[in-house]
Design a protein around this ligand. Structure first.
Ligand SMILES: Cc1cc2nc3c(=O)[nH]c(=O)nc-3n(C[C@H](O)[C@H](O)[C@H](O)COP(=O)(O)O)c2cc1C
Length: 425
């Protein structure tokens, strides 16, 4: 069941607030598309979150086992707010612009959500990026309103917009990466003229469309990276065979022989797939076709590794790290793909983000997400090739999930575990 967390930050009550009108519209349409969804309402405009103080900071940075009672009490609201975020798949946030930034209540909410050990980990061993988010895979819809206009990138007041960039900068604390933020904003509220009327109409349409889209896609279970089972051995399923050249079905043998010739060994993935020669042929044929696309080796591995990571396939993460190293993919790109951190090259990062969108949305990118991808310098051809790479990894990742494929020694040096799991350890 999908869970929507609705946050209202306007100090105004329902009948006088444009952002509340939009969050209400979003919630209504979302529930219409997905009647089984759960909605959590947190009204921080009417019931403001207090600013944090020295006692909060002291309590938050004291390890849980060393906390005194007053510290636990001081963190109780923060814990409750974080629990709501953890439960949510989608966060819809009514966020008016106040004095070019966010309402104090919203800042208070964010300050209560950003908690070491609960929403982020901090480790100087990570070099210049010591902060790593703990929550992942959530979507954020920001429904805003402004008295003036032109705060969008490139607009006449873009340099005064201290609201949208501030929300985006903190979104990783609530499990949202930049590619998963959608913003709708009413403008010209103070002018109350035809431009304002048009802006309200457009914002309502955009809000309705987003709510329907999220409602429909959330109807299918939204997948969290942390949800995949670490080990399925103890379950009732029967072990799957790892074939040898002798035991493999006849139709699989020529493919295993070709692999032996190419790699010098038969990868255990192929040996597992051999039980169904059709999937082995499908996978190897599609791999060869994917290798013939116009994508560079680095781009191909970005698509494949992103899917491996999101699908939690340890075998393919280790194998493709090795293949990436052999294929000349830069070390920093490989590290980003393994650790889920941004790639320095913005065009490659846009490809990584789009591969995430395709995987997590189950192939339902929004127009804005496609637009952002194309604006980064990619093409519609690449959109479709990302889908091809996603399909390819479905075959191998899912096979490894059910067969629990053992890692080949050739890939052992690149053993991988999820950064989310690492952060929790
Ligand atoms: C305290 C306050 C500060 C505001 N500051 C700005 C501002 O800096 N820039 C702007 O464009 N509009 C500003 N406005 C206008 C609001 O953004 C606008 O009225 C918006 O519709 C408020 O959201 P709401 O209708 O959901 O309450 C401000 C409004 C208030 C009440």
């Amino acid at each position: 069941m999908a869970t929507l967390l609705r946050i209202d930050a306007s100090a105004q009550q329902q009948d006088r607030s444009l952002t509340r009108m939009l969050t209400t519209l979003f919630t209504t349409e979302f529930l219409h598309a997905n009647p089984d969804a759960k909605v959590i309402v947190r009204d921080i405009g009417q019931d403001p979150i207090p600013a944090i103080d020295h006692r909060f900071v002291h309590a938050a940075f004291t390890p849980p086992e060393a906390r005194e009672d007053w510290m636990t009490n001081r963190l109780a609201l923060s814990d409750a707010l974080i629990d709501e975020v953890v439960a949510a798949d989608i966060i819809v946030m009514g966020a008016p612009m106040y004095n070019y930034g966010m309402p104090a209540a919203l800042k208070g909410w964010i300050d209560h959500i950003a908690r070491i050990g609960r929403t982020f980990s901090f480790d100087l061993a990570r070099g210049d990026s010591p902060i790593e988010p703990i929550l992942k895979g959530k979507h954020l819809v920001v429904l805003s309103s402004r008295g003036e206009f032109g705060f969008e990138p490139g607009g006449p007041r873009a340099h005064m917009n201290a609201l949208d960039p501030a929300i985006a900068a903190c979104a990783h604390y609530f499990g949202v990466d930049a590619a998963h933020i959608q913003t709708v904003a009413i403008e010209y509220q103070e002018f109350k003229d035809a431009r304002h009327d048009r802006s309200v109409t457009a914002a309502k349409e955009a809000t309705r469309a987003l709510a329907q889209q999220f409602g429909k896609s959330a109807k299918q279970t939204i997948f969290h990276q942390t949800d995949y089972p670490e080990k399925r051995k103890d379950q009732t399923m029967k072990d799957f065979p790892t074939h040898t050249m002798e035991s493999a079905p006849a139709d699989a043998k020529p493919i295993l022989q070709a692999a032996l010739k190419g790699y010098g060994f038969v990868p255990n993935l192929y040996a597992a797939m051999a039980e169904a020669p059709a999937i082995l042929e499908g996978y190897t044929t599609l791999s060869a076709i994917f290798g013939k696309t116009d994508l560079s080796e680095t781009e191909r591995q970005i698509i494949l590794m992103t899917n491996n990571r999101l699908n939690g396939c340890k075998y393919c993460m280790a194998a493709h790290t090795t293949l990436s190293q052999m294929g000349g993919v830069p070390d920093d790109v490989i590290a980003s793909l393994r650790n889920d951190t941004p790639i320095a090259d913005s065009k490659l990062e846009a490809l990584r983000q789009f591969a995430i969108v395709i995987n997590e949305s189950r192939g339902w990118p929004t127009d804005a997400e496609i637009e952002r991808f194309l604006k980064a310098g990619h093409t519609q051809q690449t959109v479709l090739e990302v889908i091809l790479g996603t399909a390819l990894k479905t075959l191998s990742n899912y096979t490894n999930h059910v067969a629990e494929t053992d890692l080949d020694s050739a890939f052992a040096a690149n053993v991988w575990s999820s950064p989310t799991v690492q952060a929790a350890e």
